[in-house]
Design a protein around this ligand. Structure first.
Ligand code: 5GP
Ligand code: MG
Length: 178
């Protein structure tokens, strides 16, 4: 429930940070065409807000990846559904994900897209959880570092709920993960 979800990052704070990220990205790509590959479903809201601040020739591609099934906050096997991806050869790619946790999803996607012959592959995450990464990788752009809580809202779900919250909240009765 919205009422019982503790706010970790407010709507306004997210908005200001995304403005800054967009400026950083525009400064780095300097007008070069960019293809944003968003990892569904969690990055949907981040994608929608970020791209509207990017003044660059821009394409969007989607891929689905998930490592959570149903009512769990413990990551399982990574499932990737890449049928929606267009030909990414010779394009500059920015992979977008909601949150960097163990690092498995993003490192896997980066490798897979690099193998497809992209000109360059960078990564952007809205959130990065402290002390959780098992695959060493540095995202090129990161919105916020957060403590080890299971978070929901702004696209992130628990059992497919809460994605529509406009802020990032801590799931009630969660103070860490297994
Ligand atoms: P990783 O592969 O880095 O362990 O996990 C990344 C994926 O796990 C994210 O794309 C996200 O879908 C999910 N995830 C990791 N931590 C959280 C969390 O605190 N809340 C939610 N809702 N999803 C998470
Ligand atoms: Mg995800």
């Amino acid at each position: 429930m919205k009422e019982s979800t503790e706010i970790l990052i407010s709507e306004q704070t997210i908005k200001s940070r995304i403005d800054e990220l967009a400026k950083e990205i525009m400064n780095d790509y300097r007008g070069n065409p960019l293809t944003v590959v968003a990892i569904l479903t969690g990055s949907l809201v981040f994608l929608a807000d970020l791209i509207r601040r990017l003044e660059l020739p821009l394409r969007i591609a989607l891929v689905q990846a998930s490592s959570y099934r149903g009512k769990t906050t413990v990551p399982g096997t990574l499932h990737v559904q890449a049928d929606l991806l267009p030909d990414l050869r010779d394009r500059h790619i920015l992979i977008l994900d909601d949150i960097l946790d163990t690092g498995r999803t993003l490192s896997h996607m980066k490798e897979e897209i690099s193998e497809q012959g992209a000109s360059s592959v960078r990564t952007a995450v809205l959130l990065r959880k402290k002390g959780r990464q098992v695959i060493p990788m540095e995202p090129d752009y990161c919105g916020f570092e957060i403590p080890d809580h299971f978070v929901v809202g702004y696209g992130l779900d628990y059992n497919d709920e809460y994605r529509n919250l406009p802020f990032i909240g801590i799931l009630p009765e969660s103070s860490g993960q297994g």
